[in-house]
Design a protein around this ligand. Structure first.
Ligand SMILES: Cc1ncc(COP(=O)(O)O)c(C=O)c1O
Length: 453
């Protein structure tokens, strides 16, 4: 993809308004492949550079104020620099950032996770979500004695070797750099297809666990069917296969008890990160005591899974995590984030209906996705799934040029979105919603003028 396929007028205006970001990006090109430190932050012709962030807003190096729908890649439940989190981290930083020892905060942090998520009988902290999914798989392999994992197309579990295959389209592509043996141990099936799961578990006795993002791949780009989770729980229990909920995004976000709390399903293992650590790095695996026991010295199986990790349960992350988990416990933050996203989805569909555009905003929790290939103009209401669209179409609907052009248009109108989608948090307000709808309206004008609509 090159800027040649983006409208020149859009690029020129963006380059002028975000001139300081462009200079920084030139420096970045000498440092990082593509100039970025996370694939999702890549943008043609260059990404904006952010200097400061507070609440639902962030400010670029040029001083442009942006309504932010990244929510820290999902790590923020109370917006940027939540004063309570700032105070807790400031308090802790003067008392040591790494005691190289057990500390009281890790207990309080772990107890909060246990209290909020009843399936977490025991847990271990890691440094990231990717490490957590890596640990969950290794525990499952040891516990069941079976090497393979079953996962779903379009479900993302970090850049873990065993789980990156099939995370993004084109789904059948071999992700480079993986060992063939590793690739063979990942079994992929379509989302929401319980028959495909049953078939795979029947025909392949080497599958020891099933992992999924419980509300759907990429948080909900392809939403999980209402009945699928309970069917999956029943099918995995019957087959003696461990069920792993990857709640790295959904944990403490859709409900204080995560998706499992919201849907009343008890997985064998769960992985958490993001909100768990209150916007700082950190993750954990939690679940059945008999499975987590494999991390213990002299466990029953006499086979300990090694688990070091310099920053496991780091006290700074613990202080931010404790503060955040205490605040999510009453459920109000999840409700507010869900409410504001729903309001935005409805207002966007009103806009698309008014403009007779065949785009549909959909989602279920603190998320919104825009499907730009709807068969018809939407009704001005909320949608959980665009009518008539198949899962594969939802997962592949937004080509890179449209994604880049949309984001540039939105940035010029004072809003930052990670594509035709976004994630809300409890700091978002009605005013943010209205500003965003106006920005989408202005962006549609630009796309129309450029012949991209
Ligand atoms: C569902 C899910 N699992 C795992 C991960 C990986 O977490 P991390 O980025 O902390 O490694 C992510 C990251 O976005 C995620 O969304």
């Amino acid at each position: 993809m090159s800027t040649a396929s983006l409208p020149a007028s859009l690029i020129d205006e963006y380059a002028e308004r975000f001139h300081r970001s462009r200079l920084l990006y030139e420096r970045a090109g000498e440092l990082f492949p593509n100039g970025v430190t996370h694939d999702a932050r890549y943008l043609e012709p260059f990404p904006p550079y952010v200097e400061e962030a507070r609440g639902s807003r962030k400010w670029t190096v040029e001083g442009h104020e942006l309504v932010d729908w990244w929510s820290g890649h999902g790590a923020l439940m109370f917006g940027h620099s939540d004063p309570d989190v700032v105070a807790a981290v400031q308090h802790q930083i003067e008392r040591g950032t790494h005691p190289g020892a057990c500390h009281r905060l890790e207990l309080e942090w772990g107890e909060l996770v246990q209290r909020l998520v009843p399936s977490v009988e025991r847990l271990r902290f890691t440094s990231s979500g990717t490490e957590a999914t890596m640990m969950a798989l290794r525990l499952a392999r040891m516990f069941t004695g079976k090497p393979k994992v079953l996962k779903f197309y379009g479900h993302f579990h970090g850049w873990n070797d065993f789980l990156i295959q099939g995370a993004d389209p084109p789904f059948e592509r071999n992700v480079p750099g993986l060992l063939d043996e590793v690739r063979q141990d990942t079994v992929l099936v379509p989302p929401n297809d319980i028959d495909a799961v049953v078939r795979a578990l029947r025909t392949d006795q080497a599958i020891g666990c099933v992992i999924l993002e419980p509300t759907g791949g990429h948080y909900g780009l392809v939403p999980t069917d209402e009945t699928f989770l309970s069917d999956l729980r029943a099918v995995t229990a019957e087959a003696g296969v461990l069920l792993i909920f990857d709640e790295v995004i959904t944990g403490f976000r859709v409900h204080p008890g995560g998706a499992q709390g919201r849907f009343g399903i008890r997985p064998d293992l769960s992985t958490f990160a993001k909100i768990l650590a209150g916007g700082l790095p950190g993750g954990c695996v939690g679940g059945r005591e008999d499975v987590l026991a494999l991390l213990a010295f002299a466990n029953r199986a006499g086979q300990k899974m090694p688990h070091p990790g310099t920053f496991n349960a780091n006290p700074l992350s613990a202080s931010a995590g404790i503060t955040t988990l205490r605040k999510v416990a009453d459920g109000q933050a999840a409700e507010q984030a869900n409410r504001v996203a729903r309001q935005l989805r409805i207002r966007l569909n009103e806009l698309f209906a008014r403009r007779s555009v065949r785009w549909v905003a959909y989602g279920r929790f603190s998320d919104f996705y825009i499907y730009p290939a709807a068969s018809d103009v939407p009704e001005p209401r909320d949608y959980r799934w665009p009518p008539g669209a198949r899962w594969h179409e939802l997962a592949t609907a937004v080509p890179a040029p449209l994604r880049y052009a949309f984001r540039l248009g939105m940035l010029l109108a004072g809003v930052d979105v990670p594509g035709l989608r976004g994630m809300s948090n409890a700091a978002h307000t009605e005013e943010d919603v209205e500003r965003t709808v106006a920005a989408v309206d202005a962006t549609l004008d630009r796309l129309h003028q450029a012949g991209m609509l």
